[in-house]
Structures are given as C-alpha cells and as structure tokens.
Design a protein around this ligand. Structure first.
Ligand code: AHR
Length: 499
C-alpha cells in the first residue's frame, strides 16, 4: 500500500479534549444493572452488592461521566420507587423493555457505585410520564443540604452529604414515537422548560442537556433541534445527539467508512446550534452531548428488546467483532477531531446490554470494543490537533470517500498521542507522522488491536482472540515516526517530544 503521511502542527489546535467525552451509560435494561454491575448473590459481590469482578475491568476504561437510569427506561421511571429501605420498594411493570423492575437498585446505590468508581453522575429525568415537580424533587434529593423534605429523605436513607449531581438530561429521545410520552418538538420544549426552571431554582449550578434528535432517520432531524433550542436555549447548556451504527449489509469496507456519517452528524448538529445562537443574538453557544453512541444492529428486533415481563432478561446482548472495535475507535477519532463541538459523550452501554463487558453467571468476558476505549481513554489529556492526512483511500458505497487510515491526535505539553485505524482488510499501511516545529523524540507507549478476521469475536471459550498488545512496529527517524499498521487494526501511540 502507498504511504500515508500525517502532518501535525502544535499551533493547529482544535480545542482541549473534554474528558467527559469518555463517559458511559448505565440503563435499567436487560442485565445491565442486575447481573451486570449489581448482583448481591454473586460470589464476586462486594459488601454493597456490586460485582467486584465487573468493577475491576471497568476501572481501566477510566470512564468519566456516567449517565443513568436511561434511556427509554427513564421515560417511565419514578425515582421515589428506588429510594426507600429495599424491602418496601415496589416491583413494577417497566414498559420501555416490558420487564419487571424490582427497584432494588436506585439513586442511592448508583451514587455509591459512582463514588466507588470515581464517575461523575449524570441523571436523566422522566419527561415522558413524569412531571416537572418530580424532577425538581429529585434535584432536591440529590443536591440540597439538610433541612427540607427531599434532602431529609436522602439523609434518612443514609447519605448526609449531598450528591452534587451537576449534569441532568431533560428526558430521553422525546422525538421518537417509541418513547413513552413522545410529543412534537414544541410541546417537548414547553415541558422541558418547565422542568428546567424548577430544577435550576433548586440548584442554579446544575447543567442541563436538552433532548436533541435521537436519529438522523427521523423526518424531524434538525428541525426538532432548532425548535427545542430556540425555546429553551437559555436554560439548556447542551443538546443531545444519539448514534448507533452497524454493518447490516455485511460489507466491511463500507461499514468502516461510517465515520464520515458520524462526522457529518456532529457538523450538522453544530450548524443548528450556531444558527439558533446567531438568530437569537445570544452570547450562549450550545455544545453537543453525544450521550448515546455505539455499534448496535444485530440485537434490535423484539426477540432482543422485549423482556416478556421477566426480571433482568437477556436483552440487547450484542456480540462485538473486530470490525466493530475499529468503528468504536472511529467514533472516538471523530469526537476528538470535533473537540470544539462535542463536550460530552457516553458509550452506550457498559455491561451486558450493547456493552464492552459481558457476564455469564460468575464469569466475565471483555468484548472487542473494550480495548480501543481503554487505549484512547488512557491517552485523553491535552489539546486536539487538526491532522492533515495524505495517502490512499477508497470510495465507500454508502458514505463517500475515506482515507484508508483514520486518525486523530492530542498534544499534551511534552507528549503527543496519535490514534490510527487501518481500514484495509488485508494490507499493512505504512505511515509517517510529522509534528512540525517540534519533532518526536521517543515512543513512550504504543498499543495495537487487531485479529484474524473482521468478524472475529472474543467468546467465553476463546476470550483472548482480539485483545490489545504492545505495538512495536514504530520507529523514530529524524524526528518523524515511521509506523507499519497491521490490516484491520487500531493503534494508539504516545510520543515524547523533542526540544
Ligand atoms: O441504549 C439503548 C436504547 O437506545 C436507549 O434506551 C434509548 O435511548 C436508545 O434508543
């Protein structure tokens, strides 16, 4: 394959990378909570009932902001069902996933977990079947000091100190007909504004995420976002975006070009934000909160989404292959390249349901998509640079032209992190990396992920087929890096800079 040349300049900066783009999402769906993070009867359970083995493998992901409790689940959730002594909590019919919700895990359990894991909590209020007042009460429960009804309730439940939840989502996917309480944009905007006002009256320091378009497939895409932002722009700090992608037609080269689609979605949403800002002559710029993203296309039919009134049924249990891991890396490249626009992003989800970590009884599996997340998340500090890339590429069937090598880069004072995805199915990609005016001195660390075939998965029988490994095919010559990327691979390299 012809050489790819990546040129970077320390002054060609996009923006500091907001660590919150390495967030996650935990929903009450399937076995995400029960048998996922929480299972008091497991032999791995800690003193709080959390699965110690699961938490141990989640730690290297260094997740920042954790969105909870949904998702679609949030639109029918009444938080007070989950915050009394456990024996008095009701079991309810949960309509989003037609499952039985026992409410044994609720706000207090989530906060204990978040503290344990150093996650910053991000709560989604119920704007489907819930009321603005219920949302206001939840903010008081979480954030107010002793002395009033809901703060006192929290204290009675064992938490004297406020939880200080800074980020709140004003509902979930309210543009979708599948959503409980779905309404047109103007009605959602009124509902969201009413809740936002009460919530900010209780705690003016909170940040709010308005529901943006949940998918480009809806005819309301962008028009929904414009209407919502024009109405509640002064209350909301972010607008949400969701994106799930997949390889439905089994064409790997095409699938790996899906990053163009992700880039475009970010850029289009940013256009709406800027349009509304300009039109309203406002000083306030809205940023993107990409609070659900992942690969999800195999387990989407009712067989995998209808819980048939079971407790913790097997739902959305996608098995990920090598190609999916490359696409997850592509999402992260895209977020880094749009660091000026995307300030929060949440991998959906973290355990069992569309997740990097899978449990089966007391066993645990790390899926392919686990590895790129870890490789990137541990190299996230610094300022995103604008890469200039020259090299071979191809025209994809669905997404237009892409370079064979997809990249992003983060400069952190004396370190440079470069992320590389080789989309070629069978060819090694020779790459040179040049940081103008600086020069690269040493390789501090380098890891790569590849595997035998695009469709290779890790399984409970063969769990270590697609795992990241130390990467050695990189050398420095005259201050430039020369790299040989294996076919179908993700590589992350940290360079020390010259003087
Ligand atoms: O993450 C799974 C589901 O996908 C979420 O509940 C919903 O918001 C989205 O449609």
């Amino acid at each position: 394959m012809d050489q790819t040349r990546i040129t970077l300049h320390p002054d060609f900066q996009i923006a500091p990378v907001d660590s919150r783009i390495f967030g996650g999402f935990l929903e009450h769906v399937g076995r995400a909570v029960y048998q996922g993070v929480y299972q008091p009867e497991s032999l791995h359970a800690d003193q709080d009932g959390f699965r110690g083995d699961v938490l141990e493998v989640l730690k290297p992901m260094c997740l920042t902001t954790l969105r909870y409790p949904g998702g679609n689940f949030a639109s029918g959730y009444h938080w007070q069902n989950g915050v009394s002594p456990r024996t008095s909590r009701p079991s309810v019919r949960e309509l989003a996933w037609q499952s039985i919700e026992t409410n044994q895990f609720g706000t207090d359990e989530f906060m204990i977990l978040a503290r344990k894991m150093c996650w910053s909590p991000m709560l989604t209020i119920n704007l489907g079947t819930g009321s603005p007042e219920e949302a206001r009460n939840w903010v008081e429960y979480c954030n107010s000091p002793v002395g009033t009804q809901y703060a006192n309730m929290r204290i009675a439940n064992g938490s004297p100190e406020p939880y200080n939840v800074k980020l709140w989502c004003l509902g979930n996917e309210m543009d979708g007909r599948w959503q409980m309480g779905h309404v047109p944009a103007d009605q959602y905007a009124i509902r969201a504004q009413q809740a936002a006002k009460l919530m900010k009256d209780i705690d003016p320091t909170i940040e709010l995420v308005a529901c943006g378009s949940s998918t480009k497939a809806l005819s309301t895409y962008m028009e929904w976002d414009r209407t919502v932002l024009e109405y509640i722009g002064e209350y909301a700090d972010f607008i949400s975006s969701h994106c799930y992608v997949g390889n439905s037609n089994g064409n790997t080269a095409d699938y790996l070009a899906v990053t163009n689609f992700i880039d475009k979605q970010i850029e289009e949403m940013d256009i709406v934000c800027r349009y509304v800002q300009a039109r309203s002559r406002s000083k306030k710029r809205h940023y993107l909160c990409f609070d659900e993203w992942n690969v999800w296309y195999r387990k989407t039919t009712s067989e995998y989404t209808n819980g048939k009134w079971q407790i913790a049924p097997h739902l959305l249990e996608e098995e990920y292959d090598l190609a999916d891991a490359l696409v997850v890396a592509g999402f992260l490249n895209s977020f880094i390249r749009h660091a000026d626009v995307v300030k929060i992003a949440n991998l959906a989800q973290i355990v069992n349901a569309i997740a990097p970590v899978q449990t089966c009884g007391d066993k645990l599996l790390l899926q392919t998509i686990y590895y790129p997340f870890v490789m990137y998340s541990n190299r996230r500090e610094g300022i995103a640079l604008q890469p200039v890339i020259k090299g071979p590429g191809y025209m994809s069937d669905s997404y237009g032209y892409v370079n064979t090598v997809d990249t992003s880069a983060i400069l952190d004072e004396s370190l440079l992190n470069v992320f590389l995805v080789n989309r070629s199915i069978n060819e090694t990609a020779p790459v040179t990396i040049d940081l103008i005016n600086k020069g690269l001195a040493n390789v501090k660390s380098a890891d790569a992920l590849t595997g035998p075939h695009a469709n290779t998965c890790n399984t409970f029988e063969q769990p270590l087929t697609v795992v990241s490994q130390p990467f050695r095919a990189v050398q420095i010559l005259n201050g430039k890096a020369i790299v040989e990327l294996p076919p179908l691979s993700v590589t992350a390299i940290t360079f020390e800079l010259g003087t």
